[in-house]
Design a protein around this ligand. Sequence first.
Ligand code: HEC
Length: 136
Amino acid sequence: MRKLLLGLMVTSSLVLAEGYKQGDRILDMQKMAQAMQDIQSGFFYNNADIVNAGVKNLKETIIKIRPIDSEVNNKDIYEKWLNNNMKMTNKIQKKIKRRAEDIEERFSDGDAVQALQAYSKISSQCMKCHINLRKW
Ligand code: HEC
């Protein structure tokens, strides 16, 4: 019984450490793209509920983004590159989260101009990863 439990514990911690696949990341990206569209619709329809729902989805999803298993398991020369990659990813994630909070605050305060500015800063963070980190 103890062995079985131990085995289960080991397996579940392995699952926690891994298990982020390309398909998961694509889904997360699509969720974020949808969240950005929702926020924009909220601006245009002047609807804070729609803005806040988009902000919530964006904040929940951006923290999940990380290198996928096949990138993590690539042991050789990629390791150094991968570290940089994680550092940059963490930085971008923090910025996007902070700007998303700005949007919620500013828009509820009636400051749509500042909210829009925060929105465009988020877009440029998305593109920063797509262009710089991913060389798209
Ligand atoms: C840390 C890097 C990173 C950040 C930050 C990032 N992306 Fe991505 N994005 C990727 C990668 C990598 C892919 C390619 C996924 C694949 O095909 O494996 C991708 C793909 C996409 C796609 C295409 C998905 C598809 O259906 O093929 C969309 C849409 C997208 N991202 C939107 C966003 C939005 C919106 C943001 C910001 C809120 C964002 N991304 C931030 C790395 C990032």
